[in-house]
Design a protein. Structure first.
Lengths: 107, 112
């Protein structure tokens, strides 16, 4: 079955720096790659997603890139702010989630 | 308002006492699923349903049951809860497996 690996498990950055989180998947037939943000005590919520017919998608400070050949996709957050502190999850269209990345942004 | 409604938000129970966590969505979504979230283990899928009367096991189905008699409802049943089922549970729904998941607010279950 599908295997999704997410790295790193924790990430600490200074406010204003960039953060990158990567997910690697195993099923080459996967076509949908979303990212979710889960703030403390709250439910996961979609922040950005990408489909296999594009290599990159951007929404203000957030972007997702996809490398179908290497079977990985990454979340990029630029100019990080303290409110970006949360746990971030990826999954593929097999609905198997990565184990999450705890991002801490220090002022 | 489009939403997934889970109840209860908090539940404390004792070993062996049957319980049901309800989940309802008002978006006419075909796909619904249950996850449990434990520290360091991320979101693990318990059961999912692609449509009415169709349910399948996820990664951690032992000790759980589900049913999908109507499109909007997908209850999670613990026939005989045990302490290792203490966890945070999320219900989620989506149009299909290639669409964004909408999560409920979660149910924090404690089994003593």
């Amino acid at each position: 079955g599908e295997n999704v690996e997410q790295h790193p498990s924790t990430l600490s950055v200074q406010e204003g720096d960039s953060a990158v989180i990567k997910c690697t998947y195993s099923d080459s037939a996967s076509n949908y790659f979303p990212w979710y943000k889960q703030e403390l005590g709250k439910r996961p919520q979609l922040i950005i997603d990408i489909r296999s017919n594009v290599g990159e998608k951007k929404d203000q400070r957030i972007a997702v890139t996809l490398n179908k050949t290497a079977k990985h996709f990454s979340l990029h957050i630029t100019e990080t702010q303290p409110e970006d502190s949360a746990v971030y999850f990826c999954h593929t269209d097999k609905l198997i989630f990565g184990t999450g990345t705890r991002l801490q942004v220090f002022p | 308002e489009a939403q997934v409604t889970q109840n209860p938000r908090y539940l404390i129970t004792v070993t062996g006492k049957k319980l049901t966590v309800t989940c309802s969505q008002n978006m006419n979504h075909e796909y619904m699923s249950w996850y449990r979230q434990d520290p360091g283990l991320g979101l693990r899928q318990i059961y999912y349903s692609m449509n009415v009367e169709v349910t399948d096991k996820g990664d951690v189905p032992e000790g759980y049951k589900v049913s999908r008699k109507e499109k909007r409802n997908f209850p999670l049943i613990l026939e005989s809860p045990s302490p290792n089922q203490t966890s945070l549970y999320f219900c989620a729904s989506s149009l299909n497996t290639r669409s964004p998941l909408h999560f409920g607010n979660g149910t924090r279950l404690t089994v003593t």
